[in-house]
Write a protein that binds this ligand. Structure first.
Ligand code: PMP
Length: 424
């Protein structure tokens, strides 16, 4: 880490990896296999991070390795169209019937940034509504956080983001139906888009309240605004049709990433033929990418999706997820540590708090100091859990029942240690 910090800011290429939220230094990884990670010191970890979501089949699934290997014999990148890109687009559209066309990009950030541009381009309006605690990548307009109160003036979430860039980004509390209704009755005709993680994973996992997503659908439809579901995490993670399939809601645009790249860099956004035809070169809204639709990434994505047919894989993930949730809750109860577990299928967050977590402020009630201690305890016991209390942990199809039991056992020991430390 000392060496890394000399040449890489914070020693990493994405902040959460630095362990700044939990202290100490991260393990440096050398290789992975199935549900396990191995660091350069020879330690093995059960991987509950899975590269923050993509690796739903686990690491180095033989089908993915073979597909990427085959493509590597044929070429890395061509700077021209390939049949495989159409195949991946068709596979995505088949699973999300609401999508008729997609554009492949290189990251979730690009997907969300471009979807917002398209929405503004189509509507000729500027205002974009997002929700506090939802993350849509690090493009300037999406780095706005909530000011105090409801729908107040947005302040930039990072130095370097000009006030003007986020002036048209309105931040509302997630799950707050009244706030959304009030904004739409005041500003409806100025709203280009509402962008939302249908099941947020970036303040930790939070479930949408009954009626919240349908309200977003109704209000945007009534006002001619574009509803964007950011399914970068949930897409093909929570069901074979993503969160939109699960909740039966059809957004106008959908952002994808993670799972559809099988561990290689990919993003995508898609919608109806009508909407997508506004995108260059068919339409005037510009978007491009040197490595977009990269053959290696497309091969990995296709191989991954091929193994995610129907409900079977998701029932398996649900069963493992339920086991993990109930095990962690039972262990917490036994040691008297207050926790909330929010889970949908194979995505799950453990919040060290007494209050139910339904939005960003309630997520912030979780105890960071205790989480840091718990994280390091888990790591010592060979469990790589997300190094922040506000990320989702993930399960893959390679996680066996015995792996889940091992994680629960580590949590039980971790909770006991927390309880002992806080004993008078
Ligand atoms: N949207 C969501 C919902 C995400 O979870 C993420 C990444 N965690 C992004 C967008 C950005 O994706 P990327 O990191 O690939 O740019």
């Amino acid at each position: 880490m000392a060496r890394a910090r000399l040449s890489l800011p914070g020693g990493v290429n994405s902040p959460v990896r630095s362990f700044s939220a939990v202290g100490g230094t991260p393990p440096f990884f050398e290789r992975a296999e199935g549900q396990f990670l191995f660091d350069i010191d020879g330690n093995r970890y059960l991987d509950m991070v899975l590269a923050y979501g993509p690796l739903i089949l686990g690491h180095l699934h033989p089908a993915v390795v073979a597909a990427v290997g085959r493509q590597l014999q044929l070429g890395e990148a061509f700077g021209g169209p390939t049949e495989a890109e159409s195949e991946l687009a068709e596979q995505i559209c088949r699973r999300m019937p609401n999508l008729e066309m997609v554009r492949l990009v290189n990251s979730g950030t690009e997907a969300a940034m471009s979807a917002v541009r398209l929405a503004r381009g189509i509507t000729g309006r500027d205002v974009v509504v997002k929700f506090a605690g939802c993350y849509h990548g690090h493009s300037d307009a999406m780095l706005a956080q909530a000011g105090s109160g409801v729908a107040t003036l947005s302040i930039p979430g990072s130095p370097g983001v000009p006030r003007g860039t986020v002036a048209d980004t309105v931040v509302l509390p997630f799950n707050d139906l009244d706030a959304v209704s009030a904004l739409f009755s005041r500003e409806g005709p100025r709203i280009a888009a509402v962008i939302v993680e249908p099941v947020p994973g970036n303040m930790g996992v939070v479930l949408p309240r009954d009626g919240f997503l349908p309200l977003l659908r109704d209000l945007t439809a009534a006002q001619g605004s574009v509803l964007i579901f950011d399914e970068v995490i949930t897409g093909f993670r929570v069901s074979s049709g993503g969160a939109q399939g699960l909740f039966g809601i059809e957004p106008d645009l959908t952002c994808l990433g993670k799972v559809i790249g099988g561990g290689l860099p990919v993003g995508a956004f898609g919608g109806s033929r009508e909407i997508m035809s506004h995108l260059a070169p068919e339409g005037p809204v510009y978007q491009a990418g040197t490595l977009s639709g990269n053959p290696l990434a497309v091969a990995a994505g296709l191989a991954t999706l091929a193994l995610l047919q129907g409900d079977g894989p998701y029932q398996e993930l649900e069963a493992r997820g339920a086991l993990l949730e109930s095990g962690i809750l039972a262990a917490a109860q036994k040691s008297g540590v207050p926790v909330q577990v929010n889970r949908l299928g194979s995505m799950l967050t453990v919040y060290l708090t007494e209050s139910p977590v339904t939005d960003y402020p309630t997520a912030m009630t979780a105890d960071r100091t205790r989480f840091a201690a718990l994280h390091h305890d888990l790591l010592r016991r060979g469990v790589f859990w997300p190094p922040s209390g506000y990320e989702s942990a993930f399960l893959s199809l390679r996680h066996e029942r015995s792996d889940v039991e091992a994680v629960v056992k580590s949590f039980a020991a971790g909770f006991e240690a927390l309880a002992a430390n806080s004993a008078p």
